[in-house]
Write a protein that binds this ligand. Structure first.
Ligand SMILES: NC(=O)c1ccc[n+]([C@@H]2O[C@H](COP(=O)([O-])OP(=O)(O)OC[C@H]3O[C@@H](n4cnc5c(N)ncnc54)[C@H](O)[C@@H]3O)[C@@H](O)[C@H]2O)c1
Length: 269
């Protein structure tokens, strides 16, 4: 039962969960999202398909004995639900990676996984190249730089809104240049990608983050550059949004599907 691909559960049921479910159904994949953890306060306006059991408390989900739980909700969910799942011996994929900038949370998760004999996996989400960073770091990485560029309107409601007259920008303008640790605090909406890069490479204090507003661009771009003993590396992603939610990258939803497939594979290709 532990490896039953039809006993997958999701925490939250928002844009990415819906996209994942549609994609799994269309692919006739044999994987089934059978349950969701959705406490009462998160149910407003959320439509959950009839064949998905809805639980309000993490203990109920544990009793259902999921073979894998995918956190697809919020930082809060990683704090409140994931430790108990790991401690109960249930493997978890975390998508709200920005939550892992909190070192005390990471220690709590590690202890819980050790006690439960379970594993937490981080989804690569909207970014790529993390495998290179992980491999390269043991030989020494001198520098890792993440550059995120978005149209000016996408920075509305962030500290850049006010510090810069976003609507009046006529050329690409750097709105933040600092560490991944500072970026995680000031720009939490970018936190998932910067955290994934920092965790795979040289950590939050040493990873440099540059954020830019670019009026000539209509899409979000992510660039990761690394320099170390292994050589040099640079990758640029221009992600398309999810058709049903322009705020989420399609690639982020696809990366969850990939995590699920890999979790159940006997041979990881
Ligand atoms: N790693 C990446 O690259 C990446 C990319 C995009 C989004 N994300 C993260 O993934 C998560 C989901 O994204 P989304 O686009 O589906 O968001 P969404 O807002 O469409 O859906 C999230 C849903 O989870 C619910 N929720 C929040 N806290 C909860 C909790 N404690 N328990 C149960 N449900 C809860 C919300 O009410 C909402 O319905 C977010 O945290 C987002 O930051 C990560």
């Amino acid at each position: 039962m532990h490896r039953n691909p039809r006993k997958i559960a999701i925490i939250g049921f928002g844009a990415m969960a819906r996209s994942l479910q549609t994609s799994l159904d269309q692919a006739d994949s044999g994987f089934l999202i059978g349950a969701t953890l959705l406490p009462e306060q998160y149910r407003h306006g959320v439509e959950v398909p009839e064949n998905v059991a809805v639980f309000g408390a993490v203990e109920e989900l544990i009793d259902w004995r999921p073979s894998l739980v995918v956190e697809c909700a919020s930082h809060e969910a990683v704090h409140s639900a994931v430790p108990a799942l790991l401690e109960a011996g249930i493997d978890v994929v975390v998508v709200s990676v920005g939550s892992l900038s909190d070192e005390s949370l990471v220690s709590r998760l590690e202890e819980a996984a050790l006690r439960g004999g379970s594993r937490l996996t981080v989804a690569s989400g909207a970014i790529g190249g993390l495998d290179v960073l992980r491999s390269a770091k043991s030989a020494g990485l001198r520098e890792v730089v993440y550059t995120g560029s978005k149209p000016p309107a996408a920075w509305k409601g962030t500290p850049a809104d006010g510090a810069f007259d976003l609507a009046a920008l006529t050329e690409r303008t750097v709105i933040f240049d600092g560490s991944a640790a500072e970026a995680a605090k000031l720009y939490p909406k970018n936190a998932n990608v910067t955290a994934a890069v920092a965790l795979a490479g040289i950590g939050f204090a040493k990873t440099r983050v540059t954020l830019a507003a670019d009026p000539s661009s209509s899409s979000n771009t992510h660039k990761v550059e690394a320099d170390g003993a292994f050589g040099r590396f640079s990758i640029v992603l221009e992600n398309r949004p999810l058709p049903e939610n322009p705020k989420t990258s399609w690639l982020a939803a696809l990366s969850i599907q990939q995590c699920i497939v890999r979790h159940f594979q006997n041979i990881e290709l």
